[in-house]
Design a protein. Structure first.
Length: 157
């Protein structure tokens, strides 16, 4: 049995602390083809929230998957393709903005705001907990509410 499959088995049997970086409260990932493959392969090394906030093109996801899995011979070409499809479909430019999971630089790009505004969002979130709705987000001082309002349909809380 290969390393990836062994680690996956450990994770399934309760060794998540050994096999991968699972968070206590897993994010609500979008449903779709390839999700299970993404979860079973990528969470061996990454948090489930790793792609949440990224808005990359298919080519960017392909390069990242190749980079991450280049030394994992047990991951098949079909599994790699399924992972890329899942990521490219659900975490693409103009896609959903996971306001409670996205990193500063990802918020800056997705919301088209300054780095200081993105940092203020992350700081507010860290100090007061996750945002529940748009009104919570608008409480962040120095945030341009008009920019946020224009993207409200893409925000996921």
């Amino acid at each position: 049995m290969g390393v990836v499959r062994s680690l996956l088995l450990l994770s399934i049997l309760g060794g998540a602390g050994i096999a991968g970086r699972q968070s206590d409260a897993p994010p609500n990932l979008p449903a779709g083809p390839g999700k299970n493959t993404f979860v079973s392969v990528c969470t061996l090394c990454h948090d489930l929230s790793a792609p949440m906030g990224k808005q990359w093109t298919r080519e960017q996801w392909e390069l990242k998957v190749i980079e991450m899995l280049q030394e994992e011979p047990d991951v098949t070409r079909e599994e790699r393709t399924a992972i890329v499809e899942y990521l490219a479909t659900n975490f693409k430019p103009g896609g959903k903005i996971y306001i409670n999971k996205a990193a500063t630089k990802d918020l800056e790009a997705a919301l088209e705001i300054s780095s200081s505004e993105a940092e203020a969002i992350v700081r507010y979130r860290r100090e007061r907990g996750d945002f529940k709705n748009l009104e919570d987000l608008k409480k962040v001082s120095s945030l341009d509410s008009a920019k946020i309002e224009s993207k409200k349909d893409r925000l996921v809380f």
